[in-house]
Design a protein around this ligand. Structure first.
Ligand code: PRP
Ligand code: URA
Length: 211
């Protein structure tokens, strides 16, 4: 799938995932190591933004031809869990505009409900880094994308960044917005009867925010 990027499963990434998936991991370690994976994901996502050629003069007085980013960007976390990814985005894109979309899944039915949205008014002219650590059924991210499309965002300008996904969520996403991109850390095999990712790590938002 050309619009799906999975982080290379290096020994480092495997070790980081093993820590955050371990039910015995303390919360401060969960925060530290999940944020390390998030940083790797954000760095990868930047590789999918448009660039153009740029020539500079080096201190030796000679020219070097490289690239520069072009176009406007913004980030949109799906609140609550997506807010865990905001810090890493701000670390690499200073002063980036940040929209918010609050969506919660029903605990029994796993159906998502939209509660709140606030987006940059010129979001239709921007590339959007859509942030949520977990992609399970795909219901939440598709609802968020409906909101973005309602504000004129082109699906080809959406990059959805998440830590753990599964085939069901990826399929739902790809059918809904075939031109949008997914950057994921790992694809787990399945969902359980409560639509939690298996093996997964449980409820990311609860672990991250300690509630
Ligand atoms: C979680 C997660 C995603 C959603 C994924 O959020 O952060 O938004 O579930 O599931 P889906 O793909 O089946 O829609 P949740 O609604 O539990 O809220 P939270 O962010 O407060 O944890
Ligand atoms: N949300 C989570 O936090 N974890 C899952 O496994 C599914 C949805």
């Amino acid at each position: 799938m050309e619009n799906l990027t999975i982080l290379p499963y290096t020994p480092q990434l495997e070790a980081l995932f093993t820590i955050i998936r371990n039910r015995d991991t303390k919360r401060n370690e969960f925060l530290f190591y999940s944020e390390r994976i998030i940083r790797l994901l954000i760095e990868e996502a930047l590789n999918h933004l448009p660039t153009q050629e740029k020539t500079v003069t080096t201190p030796t007085g000679t020219q070097f031809t490289g690239t520069e980013f072009v176009g406007k960007l913004c980030a949109v976390p799906i609140v609550r869990a997506g807010e865990s990814m905001e810090k890493a985005v701000r670390e690499v894109c200073r002063a980036i505009r940040i929209g918010k979309i609050l969506i919660q899944r029903d605990e029994e039915t796993a159906q998502p409900t939209l509660f709140y949205q606030k987006l940059p008014e010129d979001i239709a002219n921007r590339h959007v880094l859509l942030l949520d650590p977990m992609l399970a059924t795909g219901g939440s991210v598709c609802k968020a994308i409906e909101v973005l499309k309602g504000h004129g965002v082109e699906e080809g300008k959406i990059i959805f960044i998440n830590l753990i996904s599964c085939p069901k969520g990826i399929e739902t996403f790809m059918k809904f917005v075939p031109k949008a991109k997914i950057i994921t850390g790992f694809i787990d095999p399945e969902l359980n009867e409560k639509a939690y990712i298996i093996p997964g790590l449980g409820d990311f938002g609860d672990l991250y925010f300690g509630t």
